[in-house]
Design a protein around this ligand. Structure first.
Ligand SMILES: Cc1cc2nc3c(=O)[nH]c(=O)nc-3n(C[C@H](O)[C@H](O)[C@H](O)COP(=O)(O)OP(=O)(O)OC[C@H]3O[C@@H](n4cnc5c(N)ncnc54)[C@H](O)[C@@H]3O)c2cc1C
Length: 415
């Protein structure tokens, strides 16, 4: 498509934008993908790669609200609000509490389950089309339980999730050690999920999607979009270097940075970011081959092709504050406590911006005003997991077809 006008402009080339652009290019659309950086360097870069198809309960829940105060008062907590951000964050927090009412939570479960129902198959199909199936391993994951007080609730999860078709079994400490001899912490047992998985290099997934997109005839430009206007059913993206790009369809997939551009297009969405941290131990290959999470610590360790990665922490601090070094130390302490023999001397660190709406559902699908405007952002903790289903839905809708699921819960004007 060298200089031909595109049919579709996709703004933002994280996992979500790449997956949408690739699906559209494969379907024969002329696609122009824009990102201010090279593809895959936003939130998509440093995640632990967990294909978390078991997560059908939105974080906006009565249970999380009940536990939040305890978390916020605990210095080692997985959940923090940076004090200087508290005032800006209050409106989001109030909406989160409102979205956590039992009735709203129940609707959220239905909506998220509908996406999760095909997430695994859609991801497998996406990676297969990109000739990248080798990056995905669907062998499940473990959730360790260290505190006997947590055991009854953790065991109850098996039945609660089972009602939604999510399979998990209880493993004894001895069974866990067989699968993961490097876990040295005292544990009461673990949940073993069987329908989940991981990718062993999230950035390789982005690169594979980008290569496949280019091979399918798509075009990429490194370009920061500062303004989008929509006139006479044509969208024009204005870039910071003065360039303009126009097309009849536009997909907005700028992750945590989507709010300003969505507002320019007429939709005020209460998007904020849950900042997350990782430490990666290059060249460290633990004796477990599936992700290992902790029920109480809210961290996850994933064996990656380049070494072991641990991620965790939800920190509310907006898009501009520097990372808090104490969060990296906290992750290191968790690593040492869970797997004392794993050397943590040599590590790389990273912080990324999960794009999160207060109800923990993405903004997804065609704009309610009927324009050829499509949203694909706000995938919070599940951007990798939901990339395949998101891309399938967006490609269907751009081509004038409707997906099998109800889209109203994901509308940008639902708040
Ligand atoms: C610590 C951590 C752990 C996580 N773990 C998992 C996990 O295990 N499993 C899972 O499924 N998900 C996980 N996630 C969530 C997942 O990473 C995100 O939901 C997902 O990466 C979001 O993808 P995205 O494409 O929407 O956003 P991003 O990857 O952030 O991409 C947005 C892109 O938009 C571009 N952009 C922004 N503004 C502009 C502009 N004005 N003009 C042009 N380009 C622009 C950015 O440069 C960026 O490339 C985790 C996230 C974090 C931070």
């Amino acid at each position: 498509m060298p200089d031909e006008a595109p049919d579709v402009i996709v703004v933002g080339a994280g996992t979500i934008g790449l997956a949408c652009a690739f699906r559209l290019a494969r379907a024969g659309q002329r696609v122009l993908l824009l990102d201010r950086e090279q593809p895959g360097l936003g939130a998509s870069f440093g995640k632990p790669g967990h294909i978390a198809t078991e997560q059908i309960f939105p974080l906006a829940s009565p249970e999380v609200v009940r536990g939040a105060l305890r978390y916020l008062l605990d210095g080692e907590s997985p959940l923090r609000i940076r004090p200087t951000y508290l005032f800006s964050f209050l409106p989001w927090l109030l909406r989160f509490v409102w979205a956590s009412r039992q009735s709203a939570f129940d609707r959220g479960v239905t909506a998220l389950s509908a996406l999760q129902k095909t997430a695994r198959a859609d991801m497998a199909s996406l990676l297969s089309a990109a000739e990248a199936s080798h990056l995905m391993h669907m062998n499940g994951h473990l959730v360790l339980i260290e505190n006997p007080v947590s055991t009854p609730a953790a065991r109850k999860e098996i039945a609660r999730l089972g009602a939604f078709g999510v399979d998990a079994v209880w493993l004894s400490p001895a069974q866990v050690r067989e699968i993961a001899p490097d876990i040295t912490a005292h544990i009461e047992g673990a949940l073993k999920f069987t329908g989940t998985g991981h990718v062993d290099d999230p950035h390789a997934v982005s690169k594979a999607l980008h290569d496949a997109y280019l091979a399918a005839g798509g075009r990429f430009l490194q370009s920061e979009v500062t303004w989008i206007d929509s006139l006479a059913d044509k969208f024009t993206a204005h870039a910071s270097n003065g360039a303009r790009h126009s097309a009849r369809h536009l997909v907005l997939s700028c992750g945590a940075w989507s709010k300003t551009l969505a507002a320019q297009l007429g939709y005020a969405v209460p998007l904020d970011t849950e900042r997350g941290y990782h430490i990666t131990l290059p060249g460290v290959f633990p004796r477990f081959s599936i992700p290992v999470a902790s029920y109480e610590r809210k961290v996850i360790m994933t064996p990656m092709s380049a070494g072991l990665r641990m991620t965790g922490t939800v920190e509310f601090g907006g898009l501009h504050l520097a990372p808090d070094p104490k969060r990296f130390l906290l992750l290191t302490r968790h690593m040492n406590a869970l797997a004392a023999n794993i050397p943590t001397g040599n590590m790389t660190t990273w912080m990324g911006f999960r794009p999160s709406l207060p109800d923990h559902l993405p903004v997804l699908g065609r704009a309610p005003d009927g324009r050829n405007l499509f949203f694909a952002f706000g995938h919070q903790h599940l951007g990798l997991t939901l990339a395949g289903v998101t891309a399938r839905i967006i490609a269907l809708q751009v081509m004038g077809r409707e997906p099998e699921i109800k889209m109203a819960p994901f509308a940008p004007d639902r708040f």
